[in-house]
Design a protein around this ligand. Structure first.
Ligand code: CP3
Length: 346
């Protein structure tokens, strides 16, 4: 089977392969005991930049679950680290920056760094991907990056926050600095995606996890143009998936004027409704409720069947969760979902 016939790639082209493709955001991670074993003694971002660890961790869920895609084991803040920004991922918390970027002067200092530094420092990423694709065979590897708004939500705050108030305030209080920051983040994300695609990623996903915290007007004015820049460099080279949480009201905007081949929906939007909002030219991805991974199997099974049924309203469907795999998920449940999706007629 040539690479381009992989079910994931066919679904991204708008076809309906015999088998509905399925993969899980955060499939590589703490739900897997083999992941927890490998990570002992290594900090998250060091693991991301160790080709042995990053390649092995990327492959673990593919071997275990038989999913239709690998997602590169890395993090949205890895390109910032590669650009020389001081950042750590604190377990149980998330990305934390030594120096939040809040004032116009902070933005000027950050954006003086050349996004080309990302490509120059990215050899561990390229090496990991070369190893992964050598072992994956026909299963495609998805590369990814964080969207400028979601990256800024961490960077301006200095760490995780609930409502991303500081980033959203900057948009209105100092739009010039905001656009300068977001454009720089877009070019950093684009450089990271470019490295992954050159090294062998066959699709790319942009995570704008926190886009749902923006009003539609603010999303269009302050976030979407920069997300287009982030994806622009790999557009036409690989198919593109765009995902965010709580994006029901802005789903049509998440198409980025047709730049995205697929849009991911979280669990709050019924997929048939999402398909109607996205129209005939966009594949839908989603949207199993991560909370239901804890439910008794018959309840979860009925939910997965409902997701598959509603997904038929779209031109094509890639099954996924509505957000990432929670760390306390029983991995056997994920394997069972893959078996169920593959056994159903598409
Ligand atoms: O399997 C995969 O999906 C690929 C790897 C991946 C990770 N992070 C690994 C990771 C991907 C695609 C991401 C993206 C990412 N990182 C996002 C966007 C997706 C989303 O979840 O909305 C965001 C917002 C981040 C930032 C981040 N990194 C957070 C909030 C956390 C969790 C912190 C915690 O401990 O709860 C991380 C850490 C992280 N990234 C882990 C993994 C496997 C956990 C690290 C560990 O083992 O402790």
């Amino acid at each position: 089977m040539p690479h381009t016939d992989a079910p994931l790639l066919r679904a991204l082209r708008g076809e309906r392969p015999e088998r509905t493709p399925v993969w899980f955001m955060r499939q590589a991670g703490r739900s897997l005991p083999e992941y927890r074993d490998l990570r002992v003694g290594t900090r998250m971002l060091d693991a991301c930049l160790d080709p042995d660890l990053a390649s092995e961790i990327t492959l673990q869920p593919v071997r275990r679950h038989g999913v239709d895609a690998a997602i590169f084991f890395s993090d949205i803040v890895v390109p910032l680290r590669l650009a020389g920004v001081q950042v750590e991922i604190v377990p149980g918390r998330g990305p934390v920056f030594d120096e939040p970027v809040r004032s116009a002067a902070d933005v000027d200092a950050l954006t003086a760094r050349d996004p080309a530094e990302v490509s120059a420092a990215a050899s561990p990423v390229a090496e990991a991907i070369a190893r992964i694709t050598a072992e994956l065979g026909d299963t495609p590897l998805i590369g990814f990056a964080g969207a400028p708004f979601t990256l800024a939500a961490y960077l301006v705050e200095g760490g995780p926050s609930k409502e991303h108030l500081r980033a959203r305030a900057m948009m209105h209080a100092d739009p010039v600095s905001w656009h300068r920051l977001a454009d720089w983040l877009a070019r950093v994300a684009a450089a990271f995606l470019d490295v992954q695609v050159r090294a062998g990623a066959r699709a790319a996903q942009l995570f704008d996890s926190w886009a749902g915290s923006l009003s539609p007007e603010d999303y269009r004015a302050f976030a979407a143009p920069h997300s287009r820049t982030a994806l622009g460099g790999v557009h036409g080279r690989v198919p593109l998936i765009h995902f965010g949480v709580g994006t029901g009201p802005i789903l049509p905007d998440m198409r980025l004027h047709g730049l995205a081949d697929a849009v991911g929906a979280d669990w709050r939007v019924p997929l048939d409704q999402a398909a109607g909002m996205l129209g005939p030219d966009t594949t839908v991805q989603g949207n199993i409720d991560p909370a239901l991974l804890q439910a008794p199997w018959p309840v979860l099974e009925a939910h997965v069947r409902d997701v598959l049924h509603r997904g038929r309203a779209a031109r094509a469907h890639i099954v996924n969760l509505g957000h990432g795999v929670p760390p306390d998920t029983d991995p056997d449940v994920l394997t069972r979902i893959v078996e169920l999706v593959h056994a159903e007629a598409s």
